[in-house]
Design a binder for this molecule. Structure first.
Ligand SMILES: *[C@@H]1O[C@H](CO)[C@@H](O)[C@H](O)[C@H]1NC(C)=O
Length: 254
């Protein structure tokens, strides 16, 4: 079987659950699979099976067009069910009715889905007292999982002092990953994080701007914004006071 074959739409009905306490019970269930290869969607194969615990005892295979039994009980049932041409025709029709549209949805929405990573390059730890600095390159909200994050120093790939996390599943189909570079800053050098992902037509480079560490920049930006706001309020108050006091002089009461 080709490694590119997907088994999707395994709709499972737990039809009977015997025994108390859940985990010590017996499971009787039915599975419905649509097996397909991406380039041959119309050749999708429906496999409808009955299971007891981990053993599949009877299966309808749409390529064969009838039921096949794997245990004495399964063989007995297969013989009986295969006599019912209406039942066989119904399961054969499920392939077109159920599998074909679902496989198309799986293809369009999942297997060909590509979402670009959102990348942030931040200073994890500034260089202090001879200790090296640390940069963090984080890629968020990408799909599929496979990604490559590398560090470059003056155009050369850096391999040492790099720690990368695995691709972490966000739990909503998206992934994130974080790569840390420990380095001793040198003036005039160019450090960048390069991200390669199937959603990007070419590797994307994010260059570190060493002019000022981000927290410092943020503090200054917040301070400047507060100062401007303060000036506006002061000016508004001053103008208000001026117009009020002038009004009192120009329009004497009585
Ligand atoms: C279904 O039957 C076809 C034809 O015999 C076979 O090639 C295929 O592997 C079967 N599928 C499964 C899942 O057993």
């Amino acid at each position: 079987m080709s490694s590119l074959q997907y088994y999707v739409s395994g709709l499972i009905f737990v039809s009977t659950l015997l025994g108390v306490g859940g985990f010590n019970g017996y499971y009787h269930y039915i599975s419905n699979q649509c097996r397909f290869t991406p380039n041959h969607l119309s050749n999708v194969e429906l496999i409808y099976s009955y299971w007891f615990n981990k053993a599949e005892y009877i299966q309808f295979n749409s390529t064969v067009g009838k039921f096949v039994g794997y245990t004495e009980f399964g063989v007995h049932n297969a013989e009986a069910w295969n006599k019912d041409k209406g039942l066989l025709a119904n399961w054969q029709a499920q392939r077109d009715r159920y599998c074909k549209p679902n496989v198309q949805i799986d293809m369009d929405d999942i297997l060909t889905k590509k979402v670009e990573p959102k990348v942030r390059l931040t200073m994890g730890k500034p260089s202090t007292g001879g200790h090296p600095a640390m940069l963090v390159c984080s890629a968020y909200h990408f799909y599929p999982k496979m990604i490559r994050v590398t560090w470059h120093r003056d155009g050369q790939e850096v391999t040492g002092n790099v720690i990368s996390s695995e691709e972490l599943a966000d739990g909503d189909w998206y992934y994130q990953t974080h790569s840390h570079l420990e380095f001793t800053p040198k003036s005039g050098e160019k450090i960048s994080c390069v991200v390669e992902h199937i959603s990007l037509s070419e590797p994307r480079e994010f260059v570190w701007d060493p002019s000022m560490p981000e927290p410092e920049r943020n503090k200054i930006a917040i301070g400047a914004a507060a100062l401007v706001l303060g000036l506006i309020v002061t000016a508004a108050g001053f103008i208000y006071y001026k117009t009020k006091s002038r009004g009192r002089i120009l329009v004497p009461s009585g």
